[in-house]
Ligand binder design. Structure first.
Ligand code: APR
Length: 254
């Protein structure tokens, strides 16, 4: 099947669905300037996740995580939603089809694109909290502390360690978000997986729930994923190009 035929099939699947759910990974934000983790040149090629993104290492060497954060923050700060994020917002607001976005990303680009039900499986970098007194800090406040040379940043009230609300390796995912995500997967009659290698559990187990409970499956990813064999259509390509093309066909056939 040609890529154009796959795009057409994807548009038809969306047209014939009532409860569409999107499951996204770092790949959807690459065209916003944020590198993914496992592509060549990805973040984990430059930073060993066991040293820089592991919860227990963070407790003993927090400066490692915050040093990586300092080097990445310009990219995240300048990032804007790209046409793939905007296509998902259109699917929610103009077609009323997209009911939720379940994301592994912490860049809050889906919310900024306008999606209203965004389930952040791996937390968010938008806020941080003090591990001593649990006080919450918005990211602008933490950036201020970092700009003043406070690495790692410490709570101005109790001097406790400040940690972003992203889920590091070794940390549990937020139970309420996982439960809501499971419910969305069961409710979906169409799941669209975008920009994820589907290799990190427990998040990567969620799309299988949708397929096992009867959902159709579209995958849009730069490379083949372990779930392509279960997909009604799997399109290899750049999300920021493919998703707008699917919406163009959807408009033509609607
Ligand atoms: N369009 C579509 N897909 C893309 C694009 C793009 N522009 N760029 C990259 N990809 C694909 C890559 O080919 C890869 O298969 O996106 C996928 C990204 O995979 P990962 O880097 O493994 O990211 P992700 O699946 O989100 O990782 C899951 O692992 O390290 C943890 O917490 C981290 O949330 C992350 C989790």
């Amino acid at each position: 099947m040609s890529q154009e035929d796959k795009v057409k099939k994807a548009a038809e699947l969306i047209k014939n669905s009532d409860y569409v759910v999107a499951f996204t990974g770092a790949g959807i934000s690459v065209e916003s300037g944020i590198p993914d983790f496992r592509s060549p040149g990805g973040l984990w090629e430059r930073y060993n996740p066991n040293e820089y993104a592991n919860y227990f290492t963070f407790l003993t060497h927090p400066e490692k995580y915050w040093t990586m954060h300092m080097e990445l923050r310009e990219m995240v700060r300048d990032a804007q939603p790209n046409p793939a994020h905007n296509a998902l917002a259109t699917l929610e607001h103009e077609y009323g089809k997209l009911k939720s976005v379940i994301t592994q990303n912490v860049d809050f680009l889906h919310s900024r694109a306008g999606n209203t039900k965004v389930l952040e499986l791996h937390g968010t970098a938008q806020t941080s909290r003090c591990l001593g007194c649990d006080k919450t800090f918005y990211f602008t406040k933490v950036e201020e502390m970092l700009d003043q040379g406070q690495v790692p940043p410490r709570c101005p009230h109790c001097k406790g360690l400040i940690k972003t609300n992203t889920i590091l390796f070794g940390e549990d995912l937020p139970n309420d978000v996982v439960e809501q995500s499971r419910e969305e997967m069961i409710a979906a009659d169409l799941l669209i997986v975008i920009g994820s290698s589907l290799t990190v559990y427990p998040a990567a187990a969620l799309p299988s729930i949708a397929v096992k409970t009867g959902s159709r499956l579209i995958i849009v990813n730069k490379e083949i994923t372990p779930m392509d064999i279960y997909a009604d259509v799997a399109i290899q390509g750049m999300a920021g190009v493919i998703l707008p093309r699917i919406l163009t066909v959807l408009e033509e056939i609607s």
